[in-house]
Design a protein around this ligand. Structure first.
Ligand SMILES: NC(=O)C1=CN([C@@H]2O[C@H](COP(=O)(O)OP(=O)(O)OC[C@H]3O[C@@H](n4cnc5c(N)ncnc54)[C@H](O)[C@@H]3O)[C@@H](O)[C@H]2O)C=CC1
Ligand SMILES: O=C(O)C1=N[C@H](C(=O)O)C[C@H](O)C1
Length: 269
């Protein structure tokens, strides 16, 4: 019996799924024990390493998540909101740590994670990189130090396949700016400007989403006042930063009390 946690990757054929398969199988702190894809996917029944175009890894891609989770200690899940809700219930049933990187979840979908978190550890973050989680802390501090003379705008850029906007990271940064300023993000967010919008509302937090090419993920937090501007910026150039953070979260969650956590907890920021 080994004490090295076994990890299942859901959405194994995806951009993040493949990066996670590589990251977990290369780690000496974790074992890759499962790979899940949606029913009907042409990777089902194939070795995940071979399906990725490399050497066999001894893990067959399955469309039966519960069967895979029952052999594991953690599930790393970067898929889609509806799938993530299904996986949360199953990961709780199997008492696996559930690391959720999926973005684009509605407030109702996020609230629906609560029952699962009574039985298992959930670590969820719109961005698992160390750099972005530091940027979140910096954004909160800068927003707390400045008054509404400084207009806050969050600008994000991603690859052309991305389906949700604003990005999960942009929303984390918006929440941090609102918290620093002592306001409620939903009351001040300005998420769509087009046409004769009128002048900018004082105190608004604006969001802008660029989609193009193969951009991995870029985020600016702009504080603009008459005569000066501050720009806080994070550029991700390699998805490995998200996968390393997710693996860290899966290991951190072992033995923790059931509940919902984020990367600030994992990284101790
Ligand atoms: N939190 C973070 O640090 C990061 C979060 N993300 C988020 O992760 C998610 C995935 O991103 P990508 O990998 O770029 O997308 P992708 O589209 O390349 O991969 C998603 C995968 O999930 C699979 N999938 C969907 N429904 C499923 C189901 N019911 N069962 C099993 N597999 C299912 C799809 O077949 C696909 O292979 C997005 O929400 C994205 O925003 C992406 C990068 C970093
Ligand atoms: O979809 C992506 O690719 C990314 N999604 C996350 C987000 O929505 O912020 C994190 C990262 O920026 C890449």
């Amino acid at each position: 019996m080994t004490h090295i946690p076994g990890i299942v990757i859901t959405g194994a054929s995806g951009r993040m799924g493949q990066m996670l398969v590589r990251t977990v199988s290369a780690s000496d702190k974790a074992r890759l024990v499962g790979a899940v894809e949606r029913p009907g996917h042409d990777w089902i029944g194939r070795d995940v390493g071979e399906a990725m175009g490399g050497q066999p890894l001894g893990v067959i891609v399955t469309d039966d998540p519960l069967e895979a989770f029952s052999k594991a200690q953690a599930v790393i899940d970067f898929t889609a909101p509806v799938a993530t809700l299904e996986f949360a219930a199953l990961a709780a049933q199997a008492r696996c740590v559930h690391v959720i990187g999926t973005t684009g979840m509605t407030p109702e979908q996020i609230a629906a994670l609560e029952p699962a978190s009574r039985h298992a550890v959930i670590v969820r973050a719109g961005n698992m990189s160390l750099g972005v989680n530091l940027l979140v802390q910096l954004t909160k501090k800068v927003a707390a130090a400045l008054d509404e003379e400084f207009d806050i705008e969050i600008i994000e850029a991603h690859h052309h396949h991305k389906v949700d906007a604003p990005s999960g990271t942009a929303l984390m940064l918006g929440e941090a700016a609102a918290e620093g300023r002592g306001v409620i993000l939903d009351e001040v967010a300005d998420r769509a400007r087009d046409g004769i919008t009128g002048a900018r509302q004082r105190g608004a937090i604006g969001f802008h989403a660029i989609r193009g090419g193969d951009i991995v993920g870029e985020h600016d937090v702009l504080f603009a006042a008459p005569g000066e501007r501050i720009v806080l910026r994070h550029l991700a150039t390699d998805r490995a930063v998200f996968a390393r953070g997710a693996l860290k979260a899966a290991l951190w969650g072992q033995g923790k009390a059931p509940g919902q956590y984020d990367m600030v907890d994992v990284l101790g920021l």
